[in-house]
Write a protein of this length. Structure first.
Length: 345
């Protein structure tokens, strides 16, 4: 081959290979769609991509979908990091689909509140939410009714016909049952007191809701009190100006966390771990607190009084109750059967 032909062949090879060489390393991140995806892709992920010279491929979806996807892809997963609510995340953990986040992988571990670390280091929450009682202060004031302070207030006759609550098919209903048990001497390992009190609550229920959106029930005046998270309530109040207040009942408020988990055998677990570490760093956690009203899991986050309003922050985090999702998942089918027979009849 002549020198000119060799030069041309070499140039052609370089041209062919160049796009491959220039292609950025990729990490696949499965998380919520909608407004959350927009926030991640516009504000949260670009600094990470720039810092590590990687491309984050964003896969939108929901918790149960991701659990099913991980099961289907077991042995050859396409995801590196998955966002899941703590309930579905515990199912993925028990199915052996997740890799532990060891201290070596999660540099931020010493600064993370203990409640945010998943069982067996299977993941880490990237925001603290509390499930508690939400009420309309104007409606109660007009009726001359004192605000609630306890889970047992859901059964108080003063709220008759104006309690709106999710069914056991969703987290608010499930957590209400568990916390009513706890408030009356039981717990997830002794649910009988919960069912006994829930039968009293049922007499006050105006509507059982299949989903988790309580906004129309408050707007229409049917709901004076409900079981909801502080974050969902705050987003509604911010968007609508509708007056609502959140109460962490005296028996405690269950923690609700969106979890970040490293997928077992993912194509780029090393960079996946770095992404999780970045998302729980103090700078990013402060962004979540300010923009999404997620309680920061990093103890180094400092918020002003205005920024902390409505956020589970510092002392407020100490009242959170971590319910055992392994027990909840195991018992939920039986509790659902009983709920349908004894509560929603």
């Amino acid at each position: 081959m002549s020198r000119s032909m060799m030069t041309a062949a070499f140039a052609a090879a370089v041209t062919i290979l160049a796009p491959v060489v220039a292609q950025a390393e990729e990490v696949v991140f499965a998380c919520w769609g909608g407004a959350s995806q927009e926030n991640f892709q516009k504000a949260i992920l670009p600094p990470f991509e720039k810092k590590y010279g990687v491309k984050v491929q964003y896969v939108p979806g929901g918790s149960t979908y991701f659990v099913s996807q991980l099961q289907a892809q077991k042995g050859s997963p396409e995801l590196d990091v998955a966002c899941m609510d703590d309930g579905p995340q515990s199912i993925a953990r028990d199915l052996g689909l997740l890799e532990p986040l060891t201290p070596a992988r999660l540099v931020e571990t010493p600064d993370i509140v203990p409640a945010a670390i998943g069982k067996d280091a299977s993941g880490v929450g990237y925001g603290l939410l509390a499930m508690g009682l939400v009420y309309n202060p104007k409606a109660l004031a007009d009726a001359g009714i004192a605000p609630p302070t306890s889970w047992n207030d859901l059964a108080d006759p003063r709220f008759k016909g104006h309690v709106v609550m999710g069914t056991i098919d969703n987290t608010p209903g499930l957590f209400a049952l568990a916390m009513l048990a706890r408030a009356n001497g039981g717990g997830v390992d002794n649910i009988e007191p919960g069912f006994a009190k829930m039968k009293e609550v049922a007499a006050n229920i105006g509507s059982f809701v299949k989903g988790t959106d309580m906004t129309p029930y408050f707007q229409q005046g049917e709901a004076w009190i409900s079981v909801w998270t502080n974050s969902e309530m705050n987003r509604f109040v911010k968007a609508s100006g509708f007056p609502l207040e959140f109460v962490a009942p005296k028996e405690g408020a269950p923690v609700v966390m969106p979890m970040l988990s490293l997928v077992k055998g993912g194509p780029n677990t090393e960079m996946g771990a770095k992404l999780i570490d970045y998302l729980v760093s103090s700078d990013v956690q402060k962004q979540f607190a300010i923009n999404s009203k997620l309680g920061p899991v990093n103890t180094k986050v400092e918020l002003t009084e205005a920024e902390a309003k409505g956020v589970i922050y510092k002392d407020a985090a100490k009242s959170l109750v971590a319910l055992d999702w392994s027990v909840l998942n195991k018992m939920r089918p039986e509790w659902t059967r009983r709920w349908n027979q004894e509560i929603e009849r």
